[in-house]
Write a protein that binds this ligand. Structure first.
Ligand code: HEC
Ligand code: HEC
Ligand code: HEC
Ligand code: HEC
Ligand code: HEC
Length: 461
């Protein structure tokens, strides 16, 4: 299978979006246009500076969906902010706009978030959360003013200042704002401009677009699916007050839920559980016993998913199997995938858990980051390379567990397996807490979501 990886050198970047470039665009007369920006600034203005709130005055359903989405959370996210602060100081400010260019793309491109020296060797981002283009994160105009994608990585896109874009052939709403047809807006390339991340050292730290590009969801069949097909389902709703039509959900449900007060947390959590519940097939099977050992194979298949499981910031994400085997007296005789006293998985890496070697058969998917010296690191800017243990679309991952018959003792065993998902391992969050970068304690608040579970009973010959 062909894998297309983004590359850091300009010569090698394959502009996957080149076929959807919009080179010719009628000029739009700005004179007398309605001022969409209700956030204080005056006069005829560049359309790409509109806040989400201004769009929301008319597009209430879209605004309300988006407001509870991770796109709206992108600069509120306390873990992101803590990592950003550390990244800025680790690099004496040299990281510059690298993180912000995707998490607050409009503000960053407009120079509203400069990195400043704070004196005594410290640096910080000028992050005015009262500016809706900063606090809004990935605001409406990011996608709706995106004119051209230069490459599917690191926010390499250009914005139009004179029009918005819609996917429909004859866009409506011309009286309220200029709006033109775009083939980029409904394509995965649009999402791919941010959902592929190459850090300044050239390490591929997020690959969602590339995974999708190489997947069966993009092989030219009738069952192909774009990012939008899965993450922006259609429904009948109001595009503006009183106009009911087929529109797209803008909640961008993935795996993450806000860890601070945030709109629609309960609804997002429900949708995340639903999505994750659809993405894996779990199987427990008895294979060939070896002498005293009962052999049990637990396998999981990545299904209904346009990219790897997990995907995105995989160095934070953990998908693992929690396996428990009980004897007839209902005592646990074997366990793998249990957490240590601090909530961490015993993933064999020194420093991650209290007992690194305590779970030699742990089956976990995610990725590890390494620095130039080959040492494990926790943060994306430190990485020189990433080692991935991911399930690509349709791929099956499995492990065989051997349970001693002597230990079981009786005639029957019960095998319980669960596949769990969590967005952050506590050890990374704890590090940010201990360094004083996270002001609130979150390391014990990361939800664990059960993707699948199964129980079988076996008779021992
Ligand atoms: C003053 C009200 C108003 C504001 C503010 C507004 N819109 Fe619209 N917009 C409309 C109306 C009305 C329509 C057409 C609805 C219909 O008849 O289907 C529309 C249509 C659209 C469409 C769909 C066009 C199509 O036919 O597919 C898009 C996309 C859109 N607007 C984006 C935006 C964005 C992004 C913003 C903020 C930057 C915004 N709008 C702000 C009123 C507004
Ligand atoms: C066939 C449906 C499907 C398609 C196509 C699809 N996704 Fe997903 N997406 C899912 C499912 C299911 C999950 C939850 C499982 C997971 O995390 O992989 C998910 C999760 C995600 C996540 C969170 C990943 C994580 O583990 O942290 C992101 C980000 C995402 N999708 C973005 C995209 C983008 C961008 C595209 C297009 C390049 C895309 N998706 C295409 C179904 C899809
Ligand atoms: C991450 C990208 C993204 C963001 C952010 C985003 N949109 Fe959209 N929006 C889309 C895409 C893609 C479509 C078209 C889907 C299609 O037709 O295939 C769309 C469609 C629309 C439409 C046309 C009606 C419909 O639902 O199909 C309106 C109106 C709209 N968006 C308004 C908004 C508003 C208002 C915001 C901010 C509150 C916003 N969008 C934020 C990507 C985005
Ligand atoms: C300007 C950059 C940008 C673009 C363009 C963009 N995204 Fe995102 N997206 C982000 C960022 C940043 C986050 C993570 C925010 C956070 O949680 O801190 C995110 C989060 C998500 C999530 C939630 C992942 C989770 O962990 O739950 C999904 C799903 C998603 N995006 C889908 C899409 C789709 C689909 C498109 C295209 C229609 C798209 N994105 C376009 C930057 C972008
Ligand atoms: C090319 C765009 C891009 C760049 C550059 C980028 N990110 Fe992100 N970031 C994303 C996207 C897209 C996601 C969502 C992935 C997912 O959900 O798995 C994300 C997710 C995250 C998350 C997880 C959010 C959560 O709450 O689950 C953190 C933390 C984060 N980024 C921090 C950073 C830091 C720190 C930097 C700079 C070193 C950075 N990002 C640079 C696009 C980017």
């Amino acid at each position: 299978m062909l894998f297309v990886f983004p590359s850091c050198s300009n010569d090698e970047i394959k502009p996957i979006g080149s076929d959807v470039r919009l080179d010719t665009r009628p000029t739009v007369d700005q004179g007398g246009e309605k001022d969409l920006n209700k956030d204080g600034s005056q006069g005829a203005k560049d359309l790409h500076l509109a806040s989400a709130e201004s769009c929301g005055e008319c597009h209430k359903a879209h605004y309300s969906d988006w407001k509870g989405s991770m796109h709206a959370y992108a600069t509120t996210d306390p873990i992101y902010l803590a990592m950003l602060e550390r990244g800025i100081n680790d690099t004496q400010g040299k990281i510059d706009q690298f993180c912000i260019q995707c998490h607050a793309p409009i503000a960053s491109k407009e120079g509203m978030t400069p990195i400043e020296s704070l004196g005594d060797g410290r640096y910080g981002a000028k992050f005015d959360q009262s500016n809706p283009l900063v606090s809004g994160g990935v605001v409406c105009v990011t996608c709706h003013a995106m004119e051209k994608a230069e490459a599917t990585l690191n926010a390499k896109f250009e914005l139009s200042k004179t029009t918005y874009y819609a996917a429909s052939a004859n866009p409506r709403g011309q009286e309220e704002h200029p709006v033109e047809t775009s083939t980029l807006l409904p394509s995965s390339v649009m999402c791919g401009t941010c959902h592929n991340v190459v850090n300044p050292k050239g390490a591929l730290i997020e690959n969602t677009f590339s995974e999708w590009y190489a997947s069966p969801y993009n092989d030219g069949d009738a069952d192909d699916k774009t990012c939008q097909d899965c993450h922006m389902p259609t429904y009948r709703g109001e595009i503006v007050d009183g106009v009911t039509t087929t529109i797209h959900k803008h909640q961008f449900v993935g795996v993450d839920v806000a860890l601070v007060d945030f709109p629609q947390k309960v609804e997002q959590r429900r949708l995340v559980e639903e999505l994750l519940g659809s993405a894996v097939e779990l199987e427990i099977k008895r294979t060939n016993d070896q002498g005293d050992e009962i052999a049990i194979r637990v396998s999981l298949k990545n299904v209904n998913n346009g990219h790897a499981l997990p995907s995105g910031s995989t160095s934070d994400r953990q998908v693992w199997v929690h396996l428990k085997v009980f004897n007839q007296a209902d005592e646990i005789v074997f366990e793998s995938g249990a957490l240590d006293a601090q909530g961490d998985l015993k993933d064999r890496v020194e420093g991650h858990s209290l007992d690194p070697a305590g779970d030699p058969e742990l089956l976990v998917f995610g990725s590890f980051l390494f620095d130039d010296n080959g040492e494990h690191v926790n943060f994306p800017w430190q990485a020189a390379r990433s080692q991935d243990f991911l399930l690509q679309p349709g791929q099956v991952g499995w492990r065989e567990y051997e349970i001693s018959k002597t230990l079981v003792g009786g005639q029957k065993i019960r095998v319980e397996a669960a596949v769990n998902y969590r967005t952050f391992p506590p050890f990374i969050v704890r590090q940010l807490e201990e360094e004083g970068l996270l002001k609130i304690k979150l390391s014990d608040k990361i939800p664990i979501i059960k993707m699948a579970e199964k129980t079988i009973t076996l008779t021992i010959p």
